[in-house]
Design a binder for this molecule. Sequence first.
Ligand code: MG
Length: 452
Amino acid sequence: MKNLMISVSGVRGIIGDGLTPNVAMQFAQAYGSEFGPGKIVVGRDSRLSGPMVQHAIWSGLMSVGCDIIDLDIATTPTTEIITEHSEHSGGIIITASHNPKEWNALKLLAPDGLFLDKEQGEKILARIEKEDFNFVRWDQLGTITRYKGAAQEHIDRILSLDVIDTAKIRNRKFKVVVDCCNGAGGVILPDLLSQLGCETIFINPEPNGLFPRSPEPVPANLGELIKTVKENKADLGIAVDPDVDRLALVSEHGNPLGEEYTLAMVTRFILAKKPGSVVVNASTTQAIDDIASKFGQKVVRTPVGEINVALKAREISAVISGEGNGGVMFPDLHIGRDAPVGIALILQFLSEENKPISQLYKELPQYFMIKDKVSLSFGTDAKAIVEKLRKQNINETIDETDGLKFLYERSWVHIRASNTEPIIRVIAEAPDAKKAQNLVETFKQKIMVANK
Ligand code: MG
């Protein structure tokens, strides 16, 4: 089917045109057969298709004897934390993250709350292929239990982190504007911020799945947030994606800092407190390297994909990790991208430094990143095009951690075939916008020539 993308990390598709209840149920049957029997945590974002997919998942899991711990609407990091911290056999998140509202997807978790690795994912796909499901008898079917305390459990774990001084943040009475894009943020961020003593103004807080704008928290989509921050003279603007694993910040002047600077700012805060290694993906801003070297720490880069960053962060006990797209992973809490913990860390940084966020931003190394892509017709072998470019450019300095990253003096361009869509991503970073734009244009041209 055209609008269905199956990979080792799960399945993603357009509702009514690819992602059907049957597809979701088969994944749940395979997943439950592999990781069950036992308790499986199931959470979903706020999409209109959520209840349909949720019921298919429930059916599939119950049929193979798994008991469901139903979080209903919950953020991705909340579901990961609940999966990790109790006697659960696994977890399934129903969310298409930042994709438009007609999409939905399943993200499959291992019992430790991390996404499935390649080997685990391949076992699920093999079971679907062979219809190898452990169906149980009528009197052994799974049950459903609703757990309403998930969001507060997540908040409690954030507020009890040793780097968070709740009283100090509460004292500052920050005024914060938050845009939840009518995603899952509405079920946790009002409580988190009120427990941190913030005065809040919420935009699009209803978790009803009717995204009023394009749901990716990139500057082009944050017009209403920017305007509201300025009108209300707020200290900070916050935007999250529909499943709340990505965080973007807007300064008190209404300037979007860009998603790369969420992790850069958190890294600056954490390394000053807790010296240690940093793990980020290959596309993340080089501001991270500059910050780490200032604190005498090393940065390890991994292929793009949350599980790659997570596994490396766990392996080397990183103190901070994540992805430049606003994905903060703070391993003291859990090794998954988590916007709520990112918000708490930023508020802690603001209270300790006693400077406006625009000033803290200015003190960070300044780079300009452009993220672009070349769309290919369906079925094009994007990886073959990337390989062709590699052979054509053997004399360049190329980092092959993931795709091709051409390295230059204080700038780079990263070419990578997407794992989930028929596109090649082109990302460039340089000290100024013009240079970054030139790099993007040059390489988009090279890709189009290679595709002929
Ligand atoms: Mg997301």
